[in-house]
Design a protein around this ligand. Structure first.
Ligand code: IYR
Length: 230
């Protein structure tokens, strides 16, 4: 009997899963190679102003949007900004918030923890990087009748999507960093977003400056991050 290309479950069409599977040996090699490749990703703060074609950004956003989401609501909007005037406006507003944070909101301990990373209130990458991608989460939406309904697991969903976006950026040979100016409502205003969207994360994307330097920090070993119950 041939395998049908679709079936009906509880009245809903289900199509054949077409993901690939591999032998254990091949899986071991692929998982090892994937880790080795992903482990090269670094948050980079020094960008080149070299142009990045919009088609790449389209593909990065489409990749992020393959993320799983609560009830498949895909509760996100990604705003991609290359317009220099808007980038300058964003930098100005972000630096104003960051100044307030570094001078008044962050604890001494927090600032001490950030010292090795070399961050401060100055965010030149917001103007230098050719693209700024801002991930907005959609806490609620409106149905056909204009009734408000909540989305589900919105933070989890957009967090996963942003993780996939970061991996897609790395895969394209570009760099990013997770910029979290807080509060971020200035982005709603500058980008004229509707009231059901909240800025979640700002990710500049571009080529690294040549050369670019990153902090000499190390990732935890497997035995520090995993517990196995076999
Ligand atoms: N929000 C600032 C400061 C900052 C906070 C943490 I925690 C970092 O890991 C890095 C920076 C910013 O986005 O630069």
């Amino acid at each position: 009997m041939t395998t049908p290309d679709h079936i009906t479950l509880n009245g809903y069409k289900h199509v054949l899963y077409e993901g690939e599977t591999y032998s254990a040996t091949e899986s071991i090699e692929r998982s090892r190679a994937f880790h080795k490749w992903l482990d090269k990703r670094r948050s980079v703060r020094e960008f080149s102003d070299q142009d990045v074609p919009k088609e790449i950004i389209d593909n990065l956003i489409l990749s992020a949007s393959t993320a799983p989401s609560g009830a498949h609501k895909q509760p996100w909007t990604f705003c991609a900004v290359s317009n220099p005037t808007l980038k300058s406006e964003i930098r100005k507003a972000a630096e104003a918030e960051e100044k307030e944070s570094y001078e008044h909101r962050m604890s001494e301990r927090w600032k001490k923890d950030l010292e090795p990373l070399g961050t401060d209130m100055h965010k030149p990458f917001l103007e230098i990087a050719p693209w700024l991608i801002i991930a907005f989460k959609k806490a609620y939406e409106f149905d056909e009748n204009g009734n408000k309904y909540n989305n589900y697991y919105v933070n989890e969903s957009i967090g996963i999507a942003c993780g996939m976006l970061i991996s897609a950026i790395h895969n394209a040979g570009l760099v990013t960093l997770t910029h979290t100016p807080s509060p971020m409502n200035f982005l709603t205003k500058i980008l004229d977003r509707p009231s059901n969207e909240r800025a979640f994360l700002l990710l500049p994307a571009g080529y690294p400056k040549n050369p670019a330097y990153v902090p000499d920090i190390h990732r935890k070993r497997l035995d520090e991050i995993a517990v196995f119950y076999e």
